[in-house]
Design a protein. Structure first.
Length: 320
């Protein structure tokens, strides 16, 4: 059953193009994270890897924030910053790192990809964003694609009840973190919100400091460089571009966009790791991309099938 979202002013074309470019940057960098996590995860435990990644990201974002002299976000942003920092930057990363050590890659991919669906439902419930028919259809197609990709990746590891629980926990933390971040972006720039969210996530992971120091002393250089890469690009840069795009569209549509990640991961694994994709992996990737295209398309004339097309938030300068 669909609901009609409250109409909002539509962003001008130039703003929409920048938001799409920001979303695409995020998706590509988040896809690359899966390749880097595979390398870093061989030398670093889940909590240590999360702390190293977040500490690196916080340092980079903090430096940029100081150079740009943006200062602190307004008071209204802090509830969302704290919640997203603990849930998304902290809990999500630790749970996902740990879960992927307990279940095979295919199972993890299928479980974590319930996150965008939860995001759309939470956005409709808590933010009044509505559930347009095209969004629901596109997400259904993309989720089916994620399941097919997962089936194509399965069979190369073992699964445990703990791993399943951790992956579901990661998906819930991811969805709740995104939905809590959305209102915060009305009171500060993406750079401000994500800098302090990343810092809070790093603080939440401080109990893993001793483990990080111990493992860093013995870790091979490529693993440490991959951890640094995770902090600079999939965290500092990608979360900032994500926030920029999220401030200009709905949480549901942004969540649907992330379904392109499995398709890109299949391609990157082929190019960078010489892992030839299975026919199921190719089919699943195509379905993921097709679903994203449907979810982000607009009905002509604003409605189709009795459901209003999703409206985007009014454009505003970054940093407002």
């Amino acid at each position: 059953m669909t609901t009609t979202p409250t109409p909002l002013p539509v962003s001008p074309p130039s703003q929409r193009r920048r938001a799409v470019a920001a979303a695409c940057t995020t998706v590509v960098l988040w896809a690359s994270a899966f390749v880097s996590i595979r390398s870093a995860g061989e030398a670093y435990s889940p909590g240590a890897l999360a702390l190293g990644r977040l500490a690196t990201g916080a340092l980079v974002l903090g430096a940029i924030l100081l150079v740009r002299r943006e200062g602190l976000p307004r008071r209204g942003a802090w509830p969302g910053i704290i919640t997203s920092g603990v849930l998304w930057f902290g809990l999500y990363m630790v749970a996902l790192n740990w879960g992927e050590q307990e279940v095979d890659a295919g199972t993890a991919a299928m479980l974590v990809n319930i996150g965008p669906i939860l995001m759309a439902l939470l956005g409709a419930r808590m933010l009044g964003e509505g559930l347009p028919r095209r969004l629901l259809t596109g997400m259904g197609v993309s989720f089916a694609g994620a399941v097919v990709v997962g089936l194509g990746m399965s069979g190369h590891g073992s699964s445990s009840v703990l791993g399943v629980v951790l992956c579901v926990l990661a998906a819930v933390a991811y969805a709740a973190g995104v939905v809590s971040q959305k209102p915060a972006l009305e009171h500060g720039s993406s750079l401000q919100i994500n800098t302090f969210g990343c810092l809070i996530g790093a603080v939440a992971c401080l109990p893993f400091t001793g483990v990080l120091v111990s493992e860093a002393a013995d870790a091979p250089l490529p693993a440490t460089l991959n951890m640094v890469y995770l902090g600079v690009f999939p965290t500092a840069l990608a979360f900032t571009t994500w926030g920029y795009a999220l401030a200009r569209t709905t949480a549901g549509r942004m969540g649907a966009t992330t379904y392109a990640v499995p398709a890109i991961v299949v391609l990157m694994a082929w190019v960078l790791l010489d892992e030839v994709p299975t026919p199921l992996g190719v089919l699943g990737g195509v379905l993921c991309l097709a679903g994203v295209a449907v979810s982000r398309s607009r009905a002509r004339g604003g409605t189709r099938g009795g459901t209003a097309a999703p409206a985007e938030a009014a454009a505003r300068p970054e940093g407002s």
